[in-house]
Design a protein around this ligand. Structure first.
Ligand code: C2O
Ligand code: CU
Length: 496
C-alpha cells in the first residue's frame, strides 16, 4: 500500500515581525470593519511565514518548466483508477483512486505557477476533476454536463490554470457519487507573502469511509430509511464504517511530529461526502488563520467545525510537550471519531488514544462564522447589490429529493447574472439538516469573511452572501453533501 507523505518540514529564515508591514494588516482589518481584539496577538503571528524550501510532495510525475502564460509550469499526472486501500492494518477495500493512493497525491504549487494536470481515466465510467475553491476559467472547472463532457474511460483530459490565489484547496471527481469512493486529494497553493509565521505544516484531510458502491436514497439501498439516528431526518447519509484522517482510521492513527516551541500549521480539509466534523486537539488551542484558503485575522478557539467542502488553516503553538490527540468527530455522532497523534520529539512513541473530546460533552469554545474577519479587501460592498436571489433549501421529508425553491436539479432554472454585477444570495434552510453550500468559480463575502463554502444551519438557519460576477461562464452552486447534490440541491449561476 502506497502511503503518501503528506506534510513537510519548513524552515523559518527570518525573525517574526520582519516580513510583514504592520500598517497593511491594520488597514486591512479596519477596512473589514474589525475591531482588533488584540493587535499584539495578531502581530505575533506576522513574520517569516514558512517560506518554503522548494520541497514538493505532489507526485512522481511532477516537473517544472517555463511557460509564457503564467509563472513556471507545474506538470502533474493524475490517473483515475480502481485500486486497493488499506485504511488500517488488515483493513483493505477496493475502490476508485487517483494514482493508486488514498487520499490522492497532494498537489502543491506556488502561487502564480501554471498548474497543468493530465487526467487519465482508467475507471469503468466517465469522470471529471474539479478544483474545489480555485476560481479557474469555466472550461477548467470539471463539472460534467455543465462545463465539460465526462472524460470517457480510456481517454485523457488536460486541465490547465494559473495557481492563484494561494490557499488550501482540494480536488475531486465531480461525476455522480464518485467522490464517495475516494477520487479526491489535497491541493495547496503556497503563498508568496503569507500573513502568518510557522515552522512546519501538515495537511489534515478528513473523510468518511464508505465500503461498497455509493447509491442514492432513491435507489433504496441505504437500509433504514426511517429516521435513523434519533430523528435527524436525513435518510441520505450512508452507513459509513469509519472516519479517516489522511486515509487512516483511529486504529492506525497518523502521527504528526513536532518540536517544542515550533509553530505548526495544520491545513484542515473536509473532503467527506456526507460528514461534518468537529476538530479538537488535546492540550492545545487552535488559532484559525484561513478559511477556505482565504486569510483571516487570527482567532484562537478550542474547536473548529467543518461542513463538507470547507477548509480551515490553524496554527498550533507547540508549547506543551507530550503526546496529544487530534480528534475529528462527526457532528452526527457516528461512526467513531478519526484521530491523529501530535507528538513532540523525544516523547513516548505511542499515541495517547481515546483522550479526545466527545462532541456531546464539549465545553470549549467553538469557532463561529462571526469570528472570521478577512484581511483581504476583496468583495467589500461599496454600493448595494445589483441582483438578489432568495433561495429556500428544503427536502428530506416525504420524498428523497432535496430542493432549492422547490426545484430538483437538473430540472431547475438557472440563476441568471450579468458580468460585473454585485450579487446577493440569501439562503434559508427549511429542512432538519445542515447544508454546506458551495459556489464554484468565485469567493463570496459572508459576514466579514471570504469563503467558497458556507454551512446554512438547520431549522430556519439563514445565511446571506455577496459576490461579484467577475468570472463568466456557467457555475455550479450546490450543497456539498454529495447525496443532497445528487438528489437535486443544486443550481447553475449563468452569465448572460
Ligand atoms: Cu467540491 Cu461542486 O464541488
Ligand atoms: Cu445539503
Amino acid at each position: 500500500m502506497n502511503r503518501p507523505l503528506i506534510g513537510m518540514d519548513r524552515t523559518c529564515n527570518t525573525r517574526p515581525g520582519t516580513q510583514y508591514d504592520r500598517r497593511e494588516i491594520v488597514r486591512a482589518g479596519l477596512a473589514a470593519g474589525a475591531a482588533f481584539p488584540s493587535i499584539g496577538a495578531l502581530l505575533s503571528f506576522v513574520g517569516c511565514a514558512g517560506k518554503d524550501t522548494g520541497t514538493s510532495v505532489s507526485g512522481p510525475q511532477d516537473e517544472t518548466s517555463a511557460s509564457p502564460l503564467a509563472g513556471p509550469k507545474h506538470n502533474v499526472s493524475l490517473v483515475a483508477e480502481v485500486g486497493e486501500v488499506e485504511v488500517a492494518p488488515g483493513h483493505v477495500y477496493r475502490t476508485w483512486l487517483y494514482n493508486g493512493q488514498f487520499p490522492g497525491p497532494e498537489i502543491r504549487v506556488r502561487e502564480g505557477e501554471l498548474l497543468s494536470v493530465v487526467l487519465e481515466n482508467r475507471l469503468p465510467e466517465g469522470t471529471t476533476v474539479h478544483w474545489h475553491g480555485v476560481p479557474v476559467a469555466n472550461p477548467m472547472d470539471g463539472v460534467p454536463f455543465v462545463t465539460q463532457d465526462p472524460v470517457p474511460p480510456g481517454n485523457s483530459f488536460v486541465y490547465e490554470f494559473p495557481a492563484t490565489p494561494a490557499g488550501t484547496y482540494f480536488y475531486h471527481s465531480h461525476m455522480g457519487l464518485q467522490l464517495d469512493r475516494g477520487v479526491l486529494g489535497p491541493l495547496v497553493i503556497e503563498e508568496t507573502t503569507p500573513h502568518v509565521s510557522y515552522d512546519r505544516e501538515y495537511t489534515v484531510l478528513l473523510d468518511d469511509l464508505l465500503e461498497g458502491d455509493p447509491t442514492t436514497a432513491s435507489d433504496g439501498v441505504h437500509g433504514d430509511m426511517h429516521g435513523r439516528r434519533g430523528g435527524m431526518g436525513d435518510p441520505s447519509r450512508p452507513e459509513y464504517s469509519a472516519l479517516l484522517i489522511n486515509g487512516r482510521t483511529r486504529a492506525d492513527a497518523p502521527t504528526f511530529e513536532v518540536r517544542r516551541s515550533e509553530r505548526v500549521r495544520l491545513r484542515l480539509i473536509n473532503a467527506a461526502s456526507a460528514t461534518a466534523f468537529r476538530v479538537t486537539l488535546t492540550g492545545h488551542e487552535l488559532t484559525v488563520t484561513h478559511t477556505d484558503g482565504r486569510p483571516v485575522v487570527p482567532v484562537t478557539v478550542d474547536a473548529v467545525t467543518l461542513g463538507m467542502g470547507e477548509r480551515y488553516d490553524v496554527i498550533v503553538e507547540a508549547d506543551n510537550p507530550g503526546s496529544w490527540v487530534l480528534t475529528a468527530a462527526s457532528l452526527d455522532g457516528t461512526p467513531e471519531p478519526a484521530e491523529a497523534a501530535l507528538r513532540y520529539a523525544g516523547t513516548s512513541p505511542s499515541p495517547a488514544r481515546g483522550l479526545g473530546h466527545p462532541p456531546t460533552q464539549w465545553q470549549g469554545r467553538t469557532l463561529r462564522l462571526s469570528d472570521l474577519i478577512s484581511i483581504e479587501s476583496g468583495e467589500a460592498v461599496a454600493a448595494g447589490p445589483d441582483r438578489y436571489f432568495n433561495l429556500v433549501l428544503s427536502g428530506g421529508m416525504m420524498t428523497s429529493a432535496w430542493t432549492i425553491n422547490g426545484q430538483v436539479y437538473p430540472d431547475a432554472d438557472p440563476l441568471v447574472v450579468s458580468e460585473g454585477e454585485r450579487v446577493r444570495v440569501t439562503m434559508q434552510n427549511m429542512s432538519v439538516i445542515d447544508h454546506p453550500m458551495h459556489l464554484h468559480g468565485h469567493f463570496f463575502r459572508v459576514g466579514n469573511a471570504l469563503k467558497d463554502t458556507v454551512v446554512v444551519p438547520t431549522h430556519m438557519g439563514r445565511v446571506v452572501f455577496d459576490f461579484t460576477a467577475d468570472n463568466p461562464g456557467d457555475w455550479f452552486f450546490h450543497c456539498h453533501n454529495l447525496y443532497h447534490m445528487e438528489m437535486g440541491m443544486a443550481r447553475v449561476f449563468r452569465y448572460v
